[in-house]
Design a protein around this ligand. Structure first.
Ligand code: GLN
Length: 197
């Protein structure tokens, strides 16, 4: 059975854990460097990226993640704020972050009018029907590096992308009953790459 951690500093932790458990995954909250060592995959939830980034540093979780990523593949999925934490480049004021994925993001780019909305987004890798995507003060992905594959777009921007063993969604799949994105990540973790040399 795969064991997947959810970074449990702030944000939508419970919702992710519940979806993973419903899929039969051993799902655990992660808030220490030791806990990072014990998981096969890690979710960075939505929330407030400034707070999560700052506390991640304070708890030494960021270093634990970076050294594990150097030593072996650790599949990771960032939702919303988690996307910001994984992005190599952030426009404007940027929080402390991991910067592991070759993408650029613009925080809160949808503006006040569209702070939160739900829209059905076609995601070909998940099949039919379109996915009920909930956006809450979502970042916009403004650039994808050469190794990054777009998996879904909405309103002219990529909203789901992957590169090797990193997945990002600027929306919140943990906030809807549809568990297909969680199942997709569980599959990524189960088939992860062999440890690097
Ligand atoms: N805009 C928030 C941030 O910058 C992210 C919002 C979210 O995760 N729902 O952290």
């Amino acid at each position: 059975m795969v064991r997947i951690g959810v970074l449990a500093i702030q944000g939508d932790v419970r919702e992710h854990l519940a979806h993973l458990r419903a899929l039969g995954v051993d799902a655990v909250p992660v808030r220490s460097a030791e806990a990072v060592q014990s998981v096969d995959g890690l979710i960075l939830p939505g929330g407030e990226s400034t707070t999560i980034g700052m506390l991640m540093q304070e708890y030494g979780v960021d270093q634990a993640i970076l050294s594990r990523r150097q030593a072996e593949a650790l599949p990771m999925w960032g939702t919303c704020a988690g996307t910001i934490l994984l992005a190599r480049e952030v426009h404007g004021w940027s929080p402390a972050r991991l910067g592991l994925m070759d993408i650029a993001v613009d925080r809160n780019a949808y503006g006040r009018q569209l702070a939160s909305f739900e829209v059905a987004v076609p995601i070909p890798v998940l099949g039919e029907p379109p996915f009920p995507a909930v956006f809450i003060r979502a970042p916009r992905i403004t650039r994808l590096g050469p190794g990054v594959r777009a998996l879904a777009s909405h309103d002219g921007s990529v909203v789901m992308a992957e590169a090797d063993d990193l997945l990002v969604t600027t929306f919140h799949p943990e906030m809807t009953p549809d568990r297909r994105v969680h199942a997709y990540f569980v599959d990524m973790v189960a088939h992860r790459r062999r440890p690097r040399q």
